[in-house]
Design a protein around this ligand. Structure first.
Ligand code: ATP
Length: 213
């Protein structure tokens, strides 16, 4: 049965931290496909620096050479704020009850999970894969400590269910963030080798993230 991973994000811009994680999770869990899902109007975040269309185009450029990394613009096509739980419901409806779904989130995103719309339903739809980030310093809320105690499995091989399990996964640590990339560009410095050249070219051509002065 099909195994699909979902990596949502603002991708403002997409960088090698996202891309390397996507490849490693795909291999580690034997996924048939991994879908990158750019968020439309992220309910928990400040306004992004690039438009939704530009963020989508950068994700497409970054993944063009890898046919197992798919780009899903379902959240950008919605008129309302995008909620992950609705994306997972749509995917579950598309792929059926036997598909194994994995929602991939970084540690920082996982720590904020209790603030997500209908967050407790997420595990009824998919399993969670929590990626470590080198600069992770957030404290895990008590409710998530309890959730981890109840639902976590130790290894990818031990994940047997179509949903409802949690795996914390160590991957190659890459201390790259979109915030840092935007700050470099705004300061007139180069973010080269933190993100694909094609994405950097796109940013430069359109003058994205530059300081207004
Ligand atoms: P920003 O700095 O603007 O907050 P970001 O670099 O964290 O952005 P997002 O688009 O918010 O990027 O990230 C999408 C998902 O990828 C989140 O779950 C995030 O935790 C995860 N992620 C981002 N960068 C990394 C990284 N370097 N290593 C592992 N996971 C990452």
């Amino acid at each position: 049965m099909i195994r699909v991973g979902i990596l949502g994000g603002t991708f403002d811009p997409i960088h090698f931290g996202h891309l390397r994680s996507a490849v490693e999770v795909r291999e580690c869990l034997g996924l048939d496909e991994l879908r990158l899902v750019p968020n439309a109007r992220p309910p928990h975040r400040d306004r992004p620096g690039a438009t939704a269309q530009q963020r989508l185009e950068m994700v497409c450029l970054a993944t063009a050479s890898d046919d197992q990394l798919l780009v899903d613009d379902c959240e950008l096509r919605r008129e309302r704020p995008s909620y992950t739980v609705e994306t997972l419901e749509a995917l579950r409806a598309e792929l059926g009850p036997d598909a194994t779904l994995f929602l991939i989130v970084g540690w920082d995103a996982f720590c904020g999970l209790p603030g997500w719309h209908r967050w407790e339903s997420l595990l009824e739809l998919a399993s969670l894969v929590v990626l470590q980030r080198p600069e992770q310093d957030q404290e895990l809320p008590e409710v998530l400590k309890d959730l981890l105690a109840a639902r976590s499995v130790g290894t990818p091989e031990a994940m047997k269910a179509t949903h409802g399990e949690i795996l914390c996964l160590a991957q190659t640590p890459l201390a790259i963030s979109a915030t840092h990339i935007r700050a470099l560009i705004s300061a007139g410095r180069s973010p080269r080798f933190l993100l694909p050249d094609a994405v950097l070219g796109y940013i430069e051509t359109r003058g994205l993230y530059r300081s207004p002065n």
